[in-house]
Each structure stands twice: as structure tokens, then as C-alpha cells.
Design a protein around this ligand. Structure first.
Ligand code: SAM
Length: 337
């Protein structure tokens, strides 16, 4: 089995299919002006499918499509059909803001998409608009229910909690998810990218989130799915619904991280907080053969020593503290979370 320098296998490939997004979430993409990747630089579906197949030779059996906003990528269902036909792929998932879901879900479901995560940070239209700088909550909820109607399951709601912005929304989201049969995963606000003015005080910790959720009823901890998923799962003791918490900041899970990322312009990135990636597109377009690309993927993974969240926590707990602005990172809009 291929292992990195900390003995971690590679299992989960996250493919960003576009860097474009129709939202401007303040914690993710706060820029008014952003230089989008030129269309000619974006990987074609053929290139993505070829790389996916090569990653699967290394051990990948799970693929998540993301962005930018992945539903902005034209004919995404064509890619979904190709990927879902890959022999040995156990799981194909999509992370979306949901604004285009109602119109796109019939084709995506027909192409083989089985499960999705939809990012919803508030059920209050004003708060939703303040966070996303778009007024699309109604459309997003329509998309959510359309997906349910098309048999997509599970459907998980992803919510980033930012202190003073949407920490008052936690119980609403739990109740909504329980009532309608969705999962919900609360994400600690992370210092992803370079422009979201992250400060530890704005982050609501997993422990605080749990305390709030327990007002709805006692919870039972189920652990991480497959032992390596980012979220720790909890179930209400009466069996009515479950929640997950992704605590990248206060309870880092680098030691079990088996995720690898591919940016829309073909960079291989080994950590969400990486400063740069390895250019696979150049190799593809220079005519590299499968064995040459395979060798590069193996050597990058074997040399991988990322443990950013562990180092961040150590710095946060040290006398000097942690300065998010001190290290340049790839933007979340390119990496896709
Ligand atoms: N546009 C899609 C969406 O909205 O789900 C996919 C891309 S988005 C970058 C993927 C996920 O990253 C979303 O759930 C988003 O909330 C999360 N995210 C973005 N910036 C974050 C941050 N600073 N901290 C925690 N999560 C973040």
C-alpha cells in the first residue's frame, strides 16, 4: 500500500471542477475582484477522468466533486457519468452551495450521483445574505428538497459557524435537519486561504457547538466514519437524527488524513492549507504517459509530510501564539474544501 511519510494511505480525492463561484461567502471568498483561471487552463473532463483513474491505482476509492461552485461547470453530469463508471470507485459525492441544484439534480442523479453535501450557513434569510452576499436561500432550499425527491441519500448540510455571525443558528439547523431527514455537519471556522481575516476568537469550537446542540437532547458519540472522515458523528439518544462536527482547529485530525486535492487547473495539492501544488496539467498536456504520471503521483505522496492543523494548534497553545497571516496558502475557492 502506498503510504506518505507519516504512514497515511491516499483514499479520498477531491476534485475542483471550476474555481468560479456565484457566491461571495465572507469567510471563504471575500474578494470583490478575483482573477479567475482562464478557461483554457481548466482541466477537461477527459483529463480529470484520466487523473482519477491514475489516483485510483494508488488507493483512492472515494471522489468528491467541488469548486468554486461545481454546478457552474457546464455539463457536469457528463463527468459524473464517467466517474461513477470507474471500476472500484466506492463513493462519488458532490459539495455545492445548492443554488442551481433544483435544475441540475435530475441529470446528475440520472448520471449516477448518489449523495451530496449542501452548504447552508443560516436558515434566516438576512443572516444568509450577510454571509453569502447573495439572496438565494429560497432557491437553495428548493434544491435541497428536489435532491431528496430524486432519491439522493444521504444529504448532508454543511455549516461553518462564525462567532457573532451565525452561532445563534445552530439549534435551528439541527431542528430543520431532524425534521426533514437531512444530516448536518458543523465546521469550525478555519484560517483557509489568505483573505478571510481569521482570528481564533471568531471560531466557535466543537466543544461549544456540542454544548449548544445538547439542548435538543442527549447525544451519543459514534466516532469518525471509516475512522478517517473529518467529522466526528453524534446521534441523538432517541435515534432521531445525527450531527457531525469538523474540528480542524481544536481537534486536528491530520494523523488520519488520507485526502488529496486536484485544483481546477490541474494542481495536485496534499493539504488544505498548502502554499502550492504540483502541476499535473503541464505533464498531461506535454504528452506524458500513464507510467510517468503515476511515478510523479507516487513520489509526491511518499514525500508528503503535511500536518498543518497539528502545527497550528501547537502554535496557538504556545507563548508566541498563532498568526494566520504569517503563512501564504492556496485560496479555498481553488481547493474546494
Ligand atoms: N461552492 C461549494 C459549496 O459552497 O459547498 C463548494 C466549495 S466550498 C469552498 C466547500 C466548503 O468549504 C463549504 O462547505 C464551505 O462552507 C467550506 N469553507 C469555505 N471556507 C471555509 C473556512 N474558512 N472555514 C471552514 N469552512 C470553509
Amino acid at each position: 500500500m502506498l503510504l506518505d511519510s507519516f504512514g497515511r494511505p491516499v483514499r479520498d480525492l477531491r476534485i475542483s471542477v471550476t474555481d468560479r463561484c456565484n457566491f461571495r461567502c465572507t469567510y471563504c471568498m471575500p474578494y470583490d475582484e478575483y482573477e479567475w483561471v482562464d478557461r483554457s487552463e481548466i482541466l477537461t473532463f477527459e483529463e480529470i477522468a484520466r487523473l482519477a483513474r491514475l489516483f485510483m491505482r494508488l488507493g483512492v476509492d472515494k471522489i468528491r466533486l467541488t469548486g468554486g461552485e461545481p454546478l457552474l461547470r457546464r455539463d457536469l453530469e457528463v463527468l459524473v457519468a464517467r466517474l461513477s463508471a470507474l471500476e472500484g470507485l466506492k463513493d462519488l459525492c458532490l459539495t455545492t452551495n445548492g443554488s442551481l441544484l433544483a435544475e441540475k439534480i435530475p441529470a446528475l442523479a440520472a448520471a449516477g450521483l448518489r449523495r451530496i453535501n449542501v452548504s447552508i450557513d443560516s436558515l434566516d434569510p438576512e443572516t444568509y445574505q450577510r454571509i453569502t452576499r447573495r439572496n438565494d436561500l429560497v432557491k437553495v432550499l428548493e434544491g435541497l428538497f428536489a435532491a431528496q425527491k430524486h432519491g439522493i441519500a444521504p444529504i448532508k448540510i454543511n455549516t461553518v459557524i462564525v462567532r457573532g455571525l451565525n452561532d445563534g443558528e445552530i439549534l435551528n439547523l439541527v431542528q430543520f435537519s431532524r425534521t426533514h431527514g437531512f444530516g448536518v455537519r458543523f465546521i469550525e471556522f478555519m484560517d483557509a486561504g489568505n483573505a478571510n481575516q481569521w482570528k481564533s476568537e471568531k471560531m466557535v469550537s466543537a466543544r461549544e457547538i456540542l454544548e449548544i446542540v445538547q439542548a435538543c437532547g442527549p447525544l451519543r458519540e459514534l466516532g469518525r466514519e471509516q475512522g478517517s472522515a473529518p467529522s466526528v458523528q453524534y446521534q441523538f439518544a432517541d435515534g432521531s437524527g445525527d450531527i457531525g462536527i469538523i474540528a480542524s482547529v481544536t481537534e486536528p485530525f491530520c494523523s488520519s488524513c488520507n485526502r488529496v486535492r486536484l485544483t481546477a487547473d490541474g494542481k495536485l495539492v496534499t493539504c488544505l492549507f498548502s502554499a502550492q501544488g504540483h502541476d499535473l496539467k503541464r505533464m498531461l498536456r506535454a504528452g506524458a504517459g500513464d507510467e510517468e504520471i503515476d511515478a510523479l503521483l507516487r513520489s509526491v505522496w511518499q514525500g508528503r509530510g503535511d500536518r498543518y492543523s497539528v502545527e497550528r494548534l501547537q502554535a496557538m497553545q504556545s507563548a508566541g501564539g498563532y498568526e494566520a497571516a504569517g503563512r501564504k496558502k492556496i485560496e479555498m475557492i481553488s481547493l474546494g474544501g
